[in-house]
Design a protein around this ligand. Sequence first.
Ligand code: PLP
Length: 398
Amino acid sequence: SNTARVAGRHFLQIPGPTPVPDRILRAMDMPVLDHRGPEFQKLGRRVLENVKTVFKTRAPVIIYPASGTGAWEAGLSNCLSPGDKVLMYETGHFATLWRNMAVKLALDPVFIGSDWRQGADPEAIGAALAEDKAHAIKAVCVVHNETSTGCVSPIAKVRKAIDQANHPALLLVDTISSLASIDYRHDEWGVDVTVAGSQKGLMLPPGLSFNAVSDKALAAAKASRSPKLFWSWEEMLPANRAGYFPYTPATNLLYGLDAAIDMLHEEGLENVFARHDRHAAATRAAVEAWGLEVLCRVPEHYSSSLTAVLVPDGHDADAFRARALEAFDISLGTGLTKLAGKVFRIGHLGDTNDLTILGALAGVEMGLELAGIPHKKGGVAAAMAHFTAAARSALPRA
Ligand code: PLP
C-alpha cells in the first residue's frame, strides 16, 4: 500500500471503544484453549467470580461473546414476554435504539420523551408508575450514561421512585459507557438487570457484553415466553456454575477481562472513578474557556465518561472532526441521529491519564482553529490549571 505511516499512537478519543492497554493486549496474546478443558475451567471460574466486583454485586454476571446490543436483547428477552409494557426513558440515541429493539421484540414500550440534554427524571418515572394501578408495566429501562449526549441518569433515585410508587416493575439499566468509569452499584441500587460491554471502561476490545442478574430477574425469567436460545440465562447459568459456557466463549477476550479486573482493583475502583471525574472536569473547563457549550444542561447529570460539545449554529461538527483527524490523528465522537453535525464528543474514559487528556484537548483546540469554528484560546491552559490544582491538593501535606 502507498498509505504513509503515521508515527506515534493514534488518539482514540471517542467514547468507546477505548484504547486497550499493552498489559491487556499481552494478556490476550495466548494460544486458544480447549474451552471444555480443565485449563479453561480455571479461567472461566475466576473471571465469572471476579467480574462481579466491578458491578458491585454478589449476583451472577453472564458474559456473552457479543457487542452491547446483544446484552440489551438478552436483558429484554429473558425477563419479559411479548405484549409486556415496559417504561423506557428517552435520554438520547441509545435509549431510542433500545426502545426500537423493544418494539421489534414485540414488547409494548411507553417512552417518556426528553430533550437529549439531561439524564432520566426519577419523578416522571415515579409518576408513570403511580398511574399504573394495574401493574401492567413489567420493567423500567434506563440508560445510566447516555453516550450520545454525555448525560448521566440518577439510578439510585430511579430506584427510590419505583419503591415510593410501590410498584413491582423490574429495573433494567444500561451501563455500557459507565461501568468501571462512573460509580455504579448493582446490589445497593436494587437493579435487576445491568447491561454492560467490554469496549469502554473495561479497556477491552469490543466483543464481550454482560448481564448482571438479580434473583427477581431470574424469577421473572422462569415465566418469560420470549423465544431465545443464545441469550438464555437458563442455558448459561448451569454451565457457568462449573466454569464453562453452553457454547464457545470468546476465550482470548476472557484472558483480557481477567487482566482488566486486576488492573481496576490495583488502581482501586474509587480512584478510577475519581480519575474520570477529574478528566471530565478538566474537559469542561476547556470547553468553557473556548466559549463553547456543553450539551448536557444539568450539572448534576454531567458525564465523567465523555463530554458532548455543541458547535455554533452554521458550523459543521463533522467537518471539524474530519479536519482534526487529518491534521492530528485524533478520532473524536460524531453527533448521532438528531445531533448529527451539531455536536462532537470527547471521550475521556478507559485507560487515560492527565497528559493524554491534555493532548486530546490540544488536538481539539487546534482543530477548531483549522476548521474555522469560532472559539477563544486557552482551553488547554484551563485544563492544565485544573490538573495542577488537583495534583497539588493530592500531595501529602508536609
Ligand atoms: N448502549 C450504550 C449506552 C452505548 O454507548 C452503546 C454503544 O456505544 C450501545 C448501547 C450499543 O452497544 P454496541 O455498539 O456494543 O452493540
